[in-house]
Design a protein around this ligand. Sequence first.
Ligand code: DC
Length: 225
Amino acid sequence: MIIAIDGPSGAGKSTLGKMLARELDLLYLDTGAMYRAGALAVLRAGISFEDEVGVADLIKSSAIELTGNAENQKVSLDGNDVTTEIRTLVVAQAASRVSTNSAVRRRMVELQRQMGERAERGCVLEGRDIGTVVFPNADVKFFLTAEPSARARRRFEEDKAKGRESTYEQTLAEINERDERDVARDDSPLQIPEGAEVIDTSELDLDEVFEQMLAVIRERRSAAA
Ligand code: DC
């Protein structure tokens, strides 16, 4: 079973994706982490984001791997654990820029399909193009969204809990900038996949969204049986 979760940042994709993977005993893939690892490689190498060929070549020759399960997903770049390092604002912005590169996207999509197809029981993938490009025939597709203010508030609280310094205003500006780029890019822009269940999480708590998602999955499963 393949479950696709798309949506803008801060809508709850990661938390809910992990909860679903745990509940249904499926592999969990945070595809944004792969773009972040690629972006980190570019930052480390000092290549300009404008250099499309240089960026694509570097990322294609980098080993980007996701290992572990929903509880402890690890991201490695050329054999080194970069799980924590990719969570900075600088890397987030860089990931959004790198993700406009079509050759980079093709490489990531290929890796994601391989991992998803190899997962014996199936997989929950979350990102920006899962239901539209990576697995358009996913068994269940979700599009999670929320008001920018709600998403920025959540991200800000998460950052604060992790000891990162920023303000709510900075977080909101960062989220808006990334969303605009992710929605406006030419290749695989963030959009609602055909047949996706759209859930606005602004006014809902996690458990409410989780229950809604599980209900949709059960309904689709019994319809397919
Ligand atoms: O989900 P995230 O914040 O870790 O994603 C970082 C960036 O990667 C995001 O701004 C856009 C890009 N991305 C993408 O283009 N396609 C995906 N499937 C996942 C992420």
